[in-house]
Ligand binder design. Structure first.
Ligand SMILES: C[S@@+](CC[C@H](N)C(=O)[O-])C[C@H]1O[C@@H](n2cnc3c(N)ncnc32)[C@H](O)[C@@H]1O
Ligand code: SF4
Length: 311
C-alpha cells in the first residue's frame, strides 16, 4: 500500500481504539517510506518495530520515535546464531545494532526465540542483557500446523529447534519468574510464564485464544486476519463496520476454541486481553517503567489511565 493509504489505515485503527502496534515482517525497515510511517504511527500508538539487526543502524533516524525496537538474536554464540538464522554475519550485525541503538538512547529490546537449540542458554542470555539495562522479550519456537489459506507463514517444523525437553522449558519459566523479583528488564509477565510452564508440563492451555478480540494482524495489503495462520476476513478500512457484526462475533467464538498454535505473543495477548488482564500487565511491569524512554512512559501512563478509568 502507498504511504497515504497506510496512514488512512492507521487512522481507522486509532478510531477503533487500538493502543499498540507491532511492525514486523519480513522486515518493515525495508520500506523507503518507513520513517514517515513510524513517525505517524508512534504519535498515535505504543509502537514496536522488529528487525533482525540488518537494517536498524542504517535506519536509525526512523527509529527515533518508536517505543521499542526489538532485535532478534537467539544466542550469545556467534556461530550458533548464524547457523540458526542461516545468514553468515547475522550475529555481528545484531550485536552491533543492539549496542549502537542502546548508546544512542533508542529503546532497544533483545528478542530471542526459545528453542531446543538455545534453551539451556536462555537464563545466561537474559542475565547478560539485563545486566546491561537492555530488556529481553521472548518468542517461543513454534510452527504453522496447516497449509490452509492463511494470511502468511512464519514457522516450519524443524526437528532440531522443536522443544522436546519440556521440563527444561518449565524450569526456564520458573527461573525467569524468580529472576523478575530482583532484576528489571524481563519483559514477559509472570502469568504468561506460568501459562507456558503449565503448557510445557502437561499440555494444558490455561488461556483461550483472543484472536480478533485482543489482537489481530494486518498485512501489507491491508487485509485483516485474527492471526497470521488464519485467512483474511476483512479489509482494515471495513473494520469499523464489521467489528461488532454477528459474523465477527461468530469468528471470535471459533478462534476462542482454536488450539492450533502456541506462538508466545498470541498467548500473551490472549491472557491479557481484558481490562483486568491489562491491569495485570501494568502491575507486573511497573518496575520496568524506568527502563522506558520518556515518550514511551507517557504513552504507557495514558494507557494505564484509560484502563483504570474503563475499569
Ligand atoms: C517473525 S519475525 C519477523 C521480524 C524480522 N524478520 C526478525 O527476524 O526479527 C519476529 C520474531 O519472530 C521470531 N520467530 C521466527 N521464527 C519463529 C518461529 N518459528 N517460532 C517462533 N518465533 C519465531 C523471530 O526470531 C523474531 O524475533
Ligand atoms: S490458537 Fe489463536 S492465534 Fe493460534 S492459530 Fe488458533 S486462532 Fe490463530
Amino acid at each position: 500500500m502507498p504511504t497515504e493509504k497506510i496512514k488512512d489505515g492507521l487512522d481507522v485503527l486509532q478510531r477503533l481504539g487500538v493502543i499498540e502496534i507491532v511492525f514486523s515482517g519480513g522486515n518493515p525497515l525495508l520500506r523507503d517510506d518507513i520513517d514517515e510511517i513510524l513517525e505517524y504511527a508512534s504519535r498515535r500508538f505504543i509502537t514496536t518495530v522488529y528487525d533482525n539487526g540488518s537494517l536498524a543502524v542504517k535506519k536509525i533516524d526512523a527509529l527515533q520515535n518508536v517505543d521499542f525496537v526489538a532485535i532478534s538474536l537467539d544466542t550469545l554464540n556467534e556461530k550458533q546464531n548464524d547457523y540458526i538464522k542461516g545468514v553468515p554475519g547475522a550475529w555481528k550485525k545484531a550485536m552491533e545494532a543492539i549496542e549502537t541503538l542502546h548508546e544512542k538512547g533508542i529503546s532497544v529490546t533483545v528478542s530471542p526465540t526459545i528453542s531446543q537449540f538455545n534453551i539451556s542458554e536462555i537464563i545466561d542470555f537474559t542475565k547478560y542483557f539485563t545486566d546491561r539495562d537492555i530488556p529481553v522479550w521472548y518468542c517461543l519456537y513454534s510452527y504453522d500446523t496447516s497449509d490452509e489459506d492463511k494470511l502468511f507463514s512464519i514457522g516450519k517444523r524443524e526437528n532440531e529447534f522443536e522443544i522436546v525437553d519440556r521440563k527444561a522449558l518449565a524450569k526456564v519459566c520458573d527461573s525467569l519468574i524468580e529472576m523478575k523479583n530482583n532484576r528489571n528488564g524481563i519483559f514477559i509477565t509472570t502469568r504468561t510464564l506460568d501459562a507456558i510452564k503449565q503448557f510445557s508440563l502437561n499440555g494444558r492451555r490455561t488461556w483461550k485464544c483472543k484472536a480478533l478480540q485482543g489482537f489481530f494482524m494486518v498485512d501489507h495489503l491491508g487485509r485483516v486476519a485474527g492471526c497470521h495462520c488464519l485467512k483474511p476476513v476483512a479489509s482494515v478500512f471495513d473494520l469499523p463496520k464489521v467489528w461488532g457484526s454477528p459474523r465477527f462475533e461468530s469468528l471470535r467464538k471459533e478462534y476462542n476454541e482454536c488450539d492450533r498454535c502456541s506462538y508466545l505473543c498470541y498467548i500473551f495477548y490472549s491472557l491479557h486481553a481484558s481490562v483486568a488482564g491489562n491491569l495485570e500487565v501494568i502491575r507486573d511491569q511497573w518496575k520496568n517503567a524506568k527502563l522506558l524512554l520518556p515518550q514511551a512512559r507517557t504513552k504507557m501512563i495514558n494507557r494505564w489511565k484509560d484502563v483504570a478509568v474503563t475499569n
